[in-house]
Design a protein around this ligand. Structure first.
Ligand code: INI
Length: 159
């Protein structure tokens, strides 16, 4: 008999941390609004949500790793926007954020999702932060809920 593992979307009792980059503050706040909306719609209690602000996307992985290791959260959501027009080091910041978030998840075993926009213009970022192309913060929170459920159902290491 095939065993299938899947995370669901009933997030009652789940504890979730959200780390947000303050750089491109307006977009960051909209992504946070989307993430919090998603968590509430899926029955995560406000008291079970922690929000940490970091200066920029580059700093997301370190804060996410600390929150993941704290044992206080079942999943961590990382949010931010890296916009090419504003920085000659776009590629470094975007790549460090993506690699660092992935590494923090692998190092800790806690799901850490990537709601970081990498866009050419502020308009593109706004469209993906509650504009006509949805809200990447909502999507990243939903992925965190699903992954937390999946990790709880997968065999533990050593099993
Ligand atoms: N950080 C961002 O989150 N988005 C950006 O677009 C950005 N730009 O344009 O440079 C940015 N830079 C700051 C970086 O994340 C660090 O906070 C900074 O380098 C200090 O370590």
């Amino acid at each position: 008999m095939t065993r299938t593992y899947e995370g669901g979307y009933d997030a009652r009792g789940l504890r979730v941390a959200v780390v947000v980059s303050r750089f491109n503050d307006t977009v960051g706040r909209r992504l946070l609004d989307g993430a919090l909306d998603c968590l509430r719609r899926h029955a995560v209690a406000d008291d079970d949500v922690g929000v940490a602000w970091v200066p920029g996307a580059f700093e997301l992985p370190l804060a996410a790793k600390r929150l993941a290791l704290s044992g206080e959260y079942d999943a961590v959501v990382c949010l931010g926007a890296v916009i090419r027009g504003e920085t000659p080091h776009f590629d470094h910041v975007a790549s460090a954020a993506a690699t660092g978030v992935a590494r923090a998840a692998l190092d800790t075993g806690v799901p850490i999702t990537f709601g970081v926009l990498t866009c050419d213009t502020p308009e593109q970022a706004e469209q993906r932060a509650g504009g006509k192309l949805g809200n990447k913060g909502f999507e990243a929170a939903l992925a965190a809920i699903e992954m937390a459920g999946l990790m709880a159902s997968l065999p533990k290491s050593g099993d």
